[in-house]
Ligand binder design. Structure first.
Ligand code: AMP
Length: 326
């Protein structure tokens, strides 16, 4: 069974893109795939952050993943900072990565250009990401285009380490999320729906009340003309709505297009489908949020298990790189 790893950075509110692109596939595949799911709280510290918000969101994300159906019995479920081996391996992998390699990362260049003060961790976080991946001998990392370069870096670092110090790491590969995975901002359909960049009006947050979800869908930007066709290049707004409907119903976007004569009808159907998909998750979230101890226990069990696996891997890595056992 291949091992697949997905991380969620608690740097903004979880949204429909996260749900369709990452959370739903985890839930549907956790019985047949060796799954690692973690909240990458350390990655939230690479840009300006509010400590209280990071802490609150970390618990919120864990609660949401459980509410959506992540089963801690079936997958390894943890918070990154609860397993100190992530940062321990990070340093050893820094000793295997060139400065030029880190500096070439497009995400670093783009994010650094928007900052007045660039944190050192913004430069090195792809190496922490490599540590997250390699620590668990991950085979597959489902990522969008923006993170592909980081998985490539993890591959290069793993191969270099294995060549220099002997076979130690599984070499991971990036895999594409499901076809309907790229959900765009409803108010600006040229941009990906995202925790940080997108607009509040264009982002369907998993904790939005049903009437808020409905309102956002009904106000979604559509395209000129009035025909409902699936054509992402020329009709990005309508195509995004069809993609969302397809993801919620399991049907094909182009086939769905034929069922609607007007944009308004399509929006009504999308609003219904989004509410039907997300309302039960939100309700379960609200129930679980009343009992944070349950979530904490799941996280503690996950961290203990991860610590065991990661500890074994670290002993192997330290021996290979030349550290004297303590
Ligand atoms: P992030 O929000 O960047 O921490 O991403 C967490 C996970 O959600 C990753 O696996 C992403 O590929 C996925 N994801 C984020 N935004 C979208 C989107 N707009 N459409 C589909 N998947 C997404």
């Amino acid at each position: 069974m291949p091992r697949r790893l997905t991380g969620f950075t608690p740097s903004g509110d979880l949204h429909l893109g996260n749900y369709i692109g990452a959370i739903a596939p985890i839930i549907s595949q956790q019985a047949t795939t060796d799954t690692v799911v973690f909240i990458s709280d350390l990655h939230a510290l690479t840009l300006d952050h509010d400590p209280a918000k990071v802490r609150r969101r970390t618990l919120e994300f864990a609660t949401m993943l459980l509410a959506a159906g992540a089963d801690p019995q079936a997958c390894l479920f943890l918070v990154q900072s609860h397993v100190p081996e992530h940062t321990e391996l990070h340093y050893l992998l820094e000793c295997t990565t060139g400065y030029g390699e880190a500096q070439r990362m497009i995400q670093f260049k783009e994010k650094a250009a928007r900052q007045q003060q660039v944190r050192m961790s913004l430069l090195t976080y792809p190496i922490l990401m490599a540590a997250d991946i390699l620590l668990y001998d991950t085979d597959e990392v489902p990522v969008g285009e923006d993170q592909r370069q980081h998985v490539e870096l993890a591959r290069d670092v793993a191969q270099r380490f294995n060549t220099r110090y002997g076979p130690t790491f599984t070499v991971p590969r990036a895999v594409n999320p499901p076809i309907a995975a790229r959900i765009m901002d409803l108010a600006s359909p040229g941009d990906k729906m995202s925790k940080s960049a997108s607009s509040a009006a264009g982002t369907l947050c998993l904790l939005d009340e049903p009437q808020v979800l409905r309102r956002k869908v009904m106000r979604a930007v559509t395209d000129t003309g009035s025909q409902v066709t699936y054509d992402p290049a020329h009709k990005p707004g309508v195509s995004n709505l069809l993609t969302i409907l397809a993801a919620c119903t399991g049907e094909e976007p182009s086939r769905l297009a034929g069922r609607f004569d007007r944009y308004g009808e399509l929006k009504e159907a999308v609003a219904d489908a989004v509410v039907t998909t997300l309302a039960p998750v939100r309700e379960r979230y609200l129930e679980l949020a009343c009992d944070p101890r349950h979530v904490r226990t799941a996280l503690r069990t996950g961290a203990d298990h991860a610590h065991e696996l990661a500890g074994r891997k670290m002993r192997q890595v330290k021996a290979a790189i030349g550290l004297l056992p303590g």
